[in-house]
Design a protein around this ligand. Structure first.
Ligand code: ZN
Length: 118
């Protein structure tokens, strides 16, 4: 019976202790994605309003245009259902009160936002 206790082999760590070196922080001022800009403005209205253009960054008063929206098309469909399916169904496209309002930048013609009726 062999009762001799042998010492384990010495732990001889030759490797240098691992020093974690964090990479230098990347200072990237152009972090914003192209085409993505913030627009600083309040809720849209049906009238020209003052805001900051998201493309050119200028303080502008928007140029508004009336565009056919969901209400316009719903009224058109309603007129077709009640029998006005000839030219009468296009009457809502001539009434600005039932259209959405699109706000454009007068400098760069950027679409700033659209005020939907519903
Ligand atoms: Zn602009």
């Amino acid at each position: 019976m062999n009762t001799e206790i042998t010492a384990p082999p010495p732990y001889n760590e030759k490797a240098a202790p691992y020093i974690y070196q964090s990479p230098p922080p990347i200072m990237n001022p152009t972090l914003e994605q192209p085409g993505f800009h913030r627009t600083i403005m309040g809720p849209l209205s049906e009238h020209p309003m003052q805001c900051v253009c998201s493309r050119c960054g200028a303080l502008i008063v928007t140029r508004t245009e009336k565009e056919a929206g969901i209400v316009t098309w719903l009224l058109c469909g309603g007129l077709i259902i009640i029998g006005c399916w000839l030219c009468c169904c296009f009457i809502p496209f001539c009434i600005d009160g039932v259209k959405d309002t699109a706000h454009y930048c007068p400098n760069c013609a950027n679409l700033v936002g659209v005020k939907h009726l519903i």
